[in-house]
Ligand binder design. Structure first.
Ligand SMILES: [Zn+2]
Length: 196
C-alpha cells in the first residue's frame, strides 16, 4: 500500500494552540472551547475543540465533522521562559509537537504512527530523471517557503542556520544571496530585536 504523504495530511501543532494553552494550562478546572482551521495545499478543515485542565491533567478534545470526538493528552514542559506543551500520541505515547490527519482517516496520530512520508523522500534519486525531479521539487519548496530572515552571525561566527541555508542554495545550483541579501537579513534581525 502506498504510504500517505505529509504534504497531503492535515496537521495540528501545539503552536497553533499557544494562546488557548497559555490560558487553560495555568488554571486548574478551566475549559476552553474554540475552533481551528487546518489546511493542506488544496483543502481546509474546520475543527472544533475544547481544552480541559482537570486534576492537573491537560487534554484536548478534537471534533472533526463526521467523526467521534478524539481526546489527546497534553504534556507540559517548564522552561526558563515559560511552558512548552507537547501532544502525547494516542498510539505510541511519544511526545510530539505535531499530530497528523491524513485524507480519509478518522484519528489524529503522530507522523510515524500514520506512516507518513515526505513527498521528497518518495523520489528515486538514483535515476537521472529522479535527480532532476528532486532538484525541481526542492526548488519549488524553497520558492514557496516564506522567506524568513535568519540570523547570520553569532558573535564572530556564522550561525549553523545560515551555513545550512548556504549549503542548500549551493545544492540547488542557485546563486548564493549576495551581500545585499545579507544586509537585508541583518536589518530585519535588528528590527526584530528592537521590538522584543
Ligand atoms: Zn505515534
Amino acid at each position: 500500500m502506498e504510504r500517505p504523504l505529509v504534504e497531503e495530511s492535515y496537521h495540528l501543532s501545539t503552536s497553533a494552540l499557544k494562546h488557548s494553552l497559555a490560558r487553560c494550562g495555568s488554571s486548574n478546572g478551566a475549559i476552553i472551547d474554540d475552533q481551528l482551521i487546518l489546511t493542506t495545499e488544496h483543502k481546509q478543515l474546520t475543527v472544533n475543540y475544547w481544552l480541559e485542565n482537570e486534576a492537573r491533567s491537560l487534554a484536548i478534545n478534537l471534533c472533526v465533522p463526521g467523526n467521534e470526538p478524539q481526546r489527546v493528552e497534553l504534556i507540559p514542559f517548564e522552561l526558563s521562559f515559560g511552558t512548552r506543551y507537547f501532544f502525547e500520541c494516542p498510539i505510541c505515547f511519544r511526545q510530539v509537537s505535531k499530530l497528523y490527519l491524513p485524507p480519509d482517516q478518522q484519528d489524529f496520530k503522530c507522523r510515524l504512527c500514520h506512516r507518513l512520508v515526505y513527498e521528497l523522500t518518495t523520489i528515486n534519486k538514483n535515476s537521472t530523471f529522479g535527480q532532476q525531479l528532486y532538484r525541481n521539487a526542492c526548488f519549488l519548496r524553497f520558492m514557496n517557503a516564506p522567506d524568513r530572515a535568519i540570523r547570520v552571525f553569532y558573535g564572530p561566527n556564522y550561525t549553523k542556520n545560515y551555513l545550512r541555508r548556504m549549503r542548500f542554495y549551493r545544492k540547488l545550483g542557485l546563486e548564493e544571496p549576495g551581500v545585499e541579501k545579507v544586509k537585508e537579513n541583518l536589518a530585519l534581525i535588528r528590527r526584530q530585536e528592537v521590538h522584543h
